[in-house]
Design a protein around this ligand. Structure first.
Ligand code: E4P
Length: 218
């Protein structure tokens, strides 16, 4: 399974990338606005740090505006993927962009049928938002499971990006279900790398090693 970082923060992206495990980045208007910098310059910089796909979202609401914005964003770097909300207008734009060879990630997906239509429109990626569904007492991961089943039934190649990830268990479940990608806040990446028993184990090995050296007088 691929791991993306869900962030527009350069420091977080650099740190995650330096672990050697980072396969891509997803941003959105909220994440870019948090950085308070020119979003275009920020996206260019992100694309220079990470080789894998970097999602940049359109803000137009109509298909014509979305396509126009997407064409501009696609010029920023070869690894830009255009994030488009799953709406009627978004699907129209996706169809056009897919015919032009511009990659798309259909976002704000909350139902399996939205995911099916996105794939039919030619989306390269679909982003089901599991955390936001959990927030309203609906099981986010069952959406991922339904999408996986439907995509497998029809041999659909659109990659599933499990998004709105809030904790490591979301990532574990995503992997169990065979989702292609989980996009995680930096905090979650650090959480799932860490285990207290690993730290305790290292401490114990080092102290036993020191005891042996002391005994041998070296
Ligand atoms: C995904 O591509 C989105 O940027 C993101 O996962 C949204 O997460 P949130 O629900 O925590 O805002």
């Amino acid at each position: 399974m691929k791991i993306f970082i869900d962030s527009a923060n350069l420091e977080e992206i650099k740190q995650a990338s330096s672990l050697g495990l980072l396969d891509g980045v997803t941003t959105n208007p909220t994440l870019l606005s948090r950085e308070g910098k020119d979003p275009i310059a920020q996206l260019k910089e992100i694309c220079s740090i990470v080789e894998g796909p970097v999602s940049a979202e359109v803000v137009a609401q109509d298909s014509e505006g979305m396509v126009k914005e997407a064409r501009q964003l696609a010029k920023l770097a070869d690894n830009i993927v255009i994030k488009i909300p799953v709406t009627n207008e978004g699907l129209r734009a996706t169809k056009i962009l897919s015919q032009e060879g511009i990659k798309t990630n259909l976002t704000l997906c909350f139902s399996p049928l939205q995911a099916l239509l996105s794939a039919k429109a030619g989306a390269n990626f679909i982003s089901p938002f599991v955390g936001r569904l959990d927030d309203i007492s609906t099981e986010g991961m069952s959406l991922v499971s339904d999408i996986k089943l439907i995509y497998d039934n029809y041999n659909i190649k659109t990659e599933i990006i499990v998004a709105s990830v809030r904790h490591p268990i979301h990532v574990l479940e995503a992997a169990r279900l065979g989702a292609h990608i989980a996009t995680c806040p930096f905090k979650v990446i650090l959480q799932f790398l860490k285990h207290p028993l690993t730290d305790i184990g290292i401490e114990r090995f080092l102290s036993d090693w020191k005891k042996l050296k002391d005994t041998l007088g070296r």
